[in-house]
Design a binder for this molecule. Structure first.
Ligand SMILES: [Zn+2]
Ligand SMILES: [Zn+2]
Length: 311
C-alpha cells in the first residue's frame, strides 16, 4: 500500500485554502517528499506527520512554486539536526537552481552541517528496496529535464499455509526459504518447489505522480494501468489556449489521459485560484468518473482493493 499526503495543492501562487506544491508519499517506513513549495514546513506541522525520516526529496521540475520551500526546510534542519543527510533527486536544470538556492543563499558559503546530496536523474529506475521501487519518466513542461515518478510495489505470490501444512512442512526457516523462491530438501529426502506452497503472482500496487505537464501523449506508456495517477489540472477547457501557452493541462486533458491509460483512480492537484473546485471536478468527471480533487492535508491510501471504489 502507498499513502499520499497532500501538503500543498495550489498552482503557481498560494490561495487562502491551498499551499504550494508538496506531497509526501509513504510506503512502510519509507517516506518521500515530492516537491517542496514555499510554506511546506508549516504544512508538515499541520499534517502531524513530523520531520523524522523526511530527508528524501523528489523534485518534478525547477519552477519556484515547487522548490522554494527547500530553503526554509534546510534552514530548519540545520538548526534541529533532526536528520543525518538530505537527498534531493531531480533533473539537471532543477538541481542547478536548487544548488544555487541552498548553497549560495541558505548556506551563503558556509559548510553544510549535514551532507546534502543532489542526485541527477535520468529516465528509469533510481530507487529500489525489498518490496518496491521508484522510476523517473520524462514529462514535457516549460524547461528541460522534468520528471514524473512511478512508485511500484514488486509483484509477489502469497504463501498458502494450508498447502504447507498438507505437505508436512514445519513453520520456520524452511517456509521462509520457499517464500523467498528457493526449493528446499526435506529431511525425508523430498524436494519441495516454491510453487507448491505459493499462490498465483499478484501484481503490486502502482502509483504515478506527474507534476506540471504540457502534454499527455507521451505519458500514456508510463502511467498505463496504474492504481492511482496524481497529476496537475491547472486550467479548464474554456482557457485551453492559455493552458497550451504555459504548458499546463486542463482538467479534461488530465481525465482523458486517465481514461486512455486505463488508470483506476485519478487525483487532480495544482489547482488554480481562478476556478471553483466543483467546476474542475465536473469537467474531469464528465470524462473519467473516478476522479478526486486533492485538498491540502488530504490523505489517500492506494491499495489493491479500494473500498471507496466499491459501489
Ligand atoms: Zn507549478
Ligand atoms: Zn511549472
Amino acid at each position: 500500500m502507498f499513502e499520499i499526503i497532500f501538503l500543498g495543492t495550489s498552482a503557481s501562487a498560494p490561495s487562502v485554502r491551498r499551499g504550494l506544491s508538496a506531497q509526501v508519499i509513504q510506503h512502510n517506513e519509507y517516506r518521500f517528499l515530492v516537491d517542496c513549495g514555499e510554506g511546506t514546513q508549516r504544512q508538515i506541522l499541520q499534517s502531524g506527520i513530523g520531520f523524522k525520516r523526511l530527508n528524501q526529496i523528489l523534485i518534478t521540475h525547477g519552477h519556484l512554486d515547487h522548490i522554494l520551500g527547500l530553503a526554509g526546510l534546510l534552514s530548519t534542519y540545520m538548526r534541529w539536526e533532526a536528520i543525518d543527510c538530505l537527498d534531493i533527486y531531480g533533473g539537471r536544470s532543477a538541481l542547478d537552481r536548487i544548488h544555487d538556492l541552498l548553497f549560495n543563499i541558505v548556506l551563503w558559503g558556509a559548510k553544510p552541517p549535514i551532507p546534502i546530496e543532489l542526485h541527477e536523474l535520468k529516465p528509469g529506475l533510481f530507487f529500489e528496496v525489498d518490496d518496491f521501487s521508484i522510476s523517473a519518466f520524462p514529462v514535457s513542461h516549460r524547461g528541460s529535464d522534468n520528471f514524473g515518478y512511478l512508485f511500484e510495489e514488486h509483484s509477489r505470490r502469497a504463501f498458502l499455509p494450508e498447502k504447507a501444512d498438507a505437505l508436512n512442512i514445519p513453520p520456520g526457516p524452511v517456509r521462509r526459504e520457499l517464500v523467498a523462491g528457493s526449493p528446499v530438501k526435506m529431511p525425508d529426502g523430498r524436494m519441495i518447489q516454491p510453487e507448491e506452497v505459493l499462490g498465483p503472482l499478484t501484481p503490486g500496487i502502482r502509483l504515478a505522480h506527474v507534476g506540471d505537464s504540457g502534454d499527455t501523449t507521451s505519458l500514456v506508456e508510463y502511467v498505463k494501468g496504474v492504481d492511482a495517477l496524481v497529476i496537475e489540472a491547472t486550467y479548464l477547457e474554456e482557457e485551453a489556449d492559455m493552458a497550451k501557452e504555459f504548458a499546463h493541462l486542463t482538467a479534461r486533458q488530465a481525465a482523458e489521459l486517465a481514461q486512455t491509460a486505463g488508470v483506476n483512480k485519478l487525483i487532480l492537484t495544482h489547482i488554480s485560484r481562478r476556478y471553483r473546485e466543483k467546476d474542475v471536478l465536473a469537467e474531469a468527471a464528465s470524462v473519467f468518473p473516478n476522479v478526486f480533487i486533492a485538498r491540502d492535508l488530504d490523505v489517500y491510501q492506494i491499495k489493491r482493493v479500494d473500498v471507496s471504489d466499491v459501489p
